[in-house]
Every structure is written in C-alpha cells, then in structure tokens.
Ligand binder design. Structure first.
Ligand SMILES: O=C(O)CCC(=O)C(=O)O
Ligand SMILES: [Fe+2]
Length: 361
C-alpha cells in the first residue's frame, strides 16, 4: 500500500474506543509537526546522573551531584538518573501490570474510562478531540490510593483489583520519594535550603501518573504519540521501555532522541519549577514519536505541589543570578495555575505560564 492508501483505508482498531471507526487519516498531524527524526535516531546524549554515592553531607560529593543536577536542568531541562534506589522489582511489576491492563479488550478497559471534567482514567483517541490525535492509549491516575483502588475495582471487579492497584500504589510511593530527593538536591544545588521546594508537597493529591502506550503505527512520519509540549508541573519522572521515541528540543530548535537505558529514569523540569527559579531551570519542549514495528510503553509521574503552595521565586535567585534580569513571573498558587490548565484543552509549549510573565522577553 502506498501512503495515500494507508491513510484512507487502514482502520485503527487499537485506538478506536468509542464505536467510531477511525482511520489512519484521522491521526495525521499538520505538516509542521511531522517528525523528521525516527524513534531510534540518537545522536547527542542528555547528562546521566548517578545517585549511588550521593550520600548526604559527605566530603563534598553530595554537593557536587546537586550542582551537576542543576547544571543539567539549566542546559537541557532533562537528565537521566541511574542508581536511583527504586528497586527493579517495583519497576518491573509496575510495567507488567500496566501492559496487562492495556492488553485487555476495549470493552474491559472502557470500564475505567474517563468521565466528568477531570482527565482521569483510561482514554484512547477520540475523534471529538479534533485535529492532531495522539497515537496513544493513556491511563491517568492521581497520587491517591483511594482513587487508584476505585479505578481498578471498576475494571477488574472487587475481588481481583489488588494485583494492579498494589503495583501502582507501590510504584507511585517509591517514585514520589525519589522525586522529593531530587527536589531537595535541586534546591541545595541552587543555594537554597534543602526543603525550599519539598515543604510545599505535604499534600500530594494533585500529583499525577500518566501511563502511555503507543501501538505500532503504519505511518510514523505523519503521526505523533504525543505532540510537542512542556509539562506544566514541577518535575516529571519518566519510566520508558527499551523501544525509544522520546525526543527533546535542544535550544528551542533541534530535536534530540533520548536513548533508553534499562533501569533508569528520565527526569525533566516542568513549567512550575521554571517559574519558581526565575527561568533558571528550563522546562523544555518534548514529544513522543511512534514507529512501524513496536509497541512502546512510558509512564510519567508529574509532581505537583499542594493546592495552596505559592510559587514565587526567592529573591536570592532574582538578584544573584548574574544574568542581570529581574523577577520574570508574578507569584501564583498551584491551584490558580491548575485551573488555567484545565481551561486549555491542548497545550502547546508553555501557554499557561505566559499569563504570569511580568515582562515579555
Ligand atoms: O512517552 C514519552 O516518552 C513522553 C511522555 C510525556 O512527555 C508525557 O506523558 O508528558
Ligand atoms: Fe511530557
């Protein structure tokens, strides 16, 4: 089949969850978004940071790692984390349970479908989304054991829910502990008190997990698993399998593929942390490309502060920056920002954050 025939004729069963017949043409993105790099093209590497010897307050090694993390977040907004302390049993069990879920038939998965205004639960692409449909199935859950159990009982029933819900809850707790460690290290590396960020995360109900599964795609050069975007939260901790497909935009232009490393996490800075540090740590645009042969799984854990947390850059980072710029963003609460995000259906780039910009640059 040539491209045109694929677009018109190929029916996309794996992503049609609402009874509408979807064809490849429904997933074709506008030409400016077509990826010019394949899923397995890796050239430059983002920094790799090991937490193995990052023991607190030893002979300077801990401080060195903290600064390394800050430098990676300034230059790339992204880094890989190895020797991070989350056990491979927890990671593998989590991945296996997610694969099992996605392997269920559509009817079973739809028992946990998104409903109401909040984007929580299962969704596959829906023609109502309009243009630029992501080539992906998604499960979104909050860091709330109650909500995870509720979702899982809907799908697996009261008797059989535990294997899935236990795996998800255990994973979220382990990754959350890691995230708090990273936030402490970033604060220290920036010359702030260790708990400058983490003290705002006592209430975790806004933190969210998104598991993405991208089926093989007959036309990967015109489709995207997830279009270019930046993450609105503070930190994202991403687990990905061995397939590859995550690409980040270096210096606002060139796309760079991130090579998967078994057992590692990819960590990136979100818009909120960019604002919190006066633009010093960078929230960088990224996307997920798909491929013809392989199904890919990724899981993003988005760390959100408590609703009433005030995101205001400390004066130390405004005055002592050395780059000579003043305060870039007005203070805002996470709740205020979150409401803005819910109003925007599709975020491309850092649209919601622009609202708080004090001076355009
Ligand atoms: O699948 C990936 O590698 C990227 C996922 C992502 O960026 C997201 O879920 O926000
Ligand atoms: Fe993302």
């Amino acid at each position: 089949m040539d491209t045109e025939e694929i677009e018109k004729q190929h029916v996309v069963d794996a992503l049609s969850s609402t009874g509408t017949i979807l064809r490849v043409k429904d997933f074709v993105w506008c030409a400016e978004e077509w990826p010019d790099l394949t899923h397995d093209a890796y050239a430059e590497e983002i920094p790799v940071i090991s937490l193995a010897a990052a023991v607190r307050y030893d002979d300077g090694e801990y401080d060195r790692r903290c600064r390394e993390m800050v430098e990676a977040s300034i230059e790339w907004g992204f880094f890989k984390l190895v020797d991070h302390g989350v056990s491979s049993e927890i990671m593998e069990n989590f991945k296996d349970r997610c694969e099992e879920f996605f392997d269920l038939c559509t009817e079973e998965k739809m028992k946990g479908a998104r409903s109401g205004g909040l984007p929580l639960g299962y969704s596959a692409s829906n023609i109502d989304y309009g243009l630029n449909l992501p080539w992906a199935e998604i499960v979104q859950l909050l860091h709330s054991p109650q909500q995870v159990v509720h979702f899982t009982k809907n799908v697996y029933g009261d008797q059989n829910h535990q294997h899935f819900s236990d795996a998800i809850i255990e994973y979220m707790e382990a990754v959350d502990r890691l995230g708090m460690r990273i936030l402490e290290m970033l604060a220290r590396g920036l010359g702030l008190c260790d708990d400058f960020f983490t003290k705002n995360f006592k209430d975790k109900e806004q933190t969210m997990l998104r598991v993405n599964r991208y089926p093989p795609c007959p036309l990967p050069e015109k489709c995207l698993g997830l279009g270019s975007h930046s993450d609105p939260q503070t930190l994202t901790i991403l687990l990905q399998d061995h397939v590859g497909g995550l690409q980040v935009q270096k210096n606002g232009e060139q796309w760079v593929g991130i090579r998967p490393v078994s057992g590692s996490f990819v960590v990136n800075i979100g818009d909120t942390l960019e604002a919190w540090t006066n633009g010093r740590l960078k929230s960088v645009v990224h996307r997920a490309v798909v491929n013809r042969e392989k199904t890919r799984l990724s899981a993003a854990y988005f760390m959100s502060p408590a609703r009433d947390a005030v995101i205001e850059c400390p004066s130390h980072l405004v005055a002592g920056g050395g780059e000579g710029h003043g305060r870039k963003y007005a203070a805002f609460t996470w709740e205020d920002f979150r409401k803005e995000l819910l109003k925007q259906r599709r975020v491309t780039g850092k649209t919601a954050l622009k609202r708080y910009l004090l001076s355009p640059h």
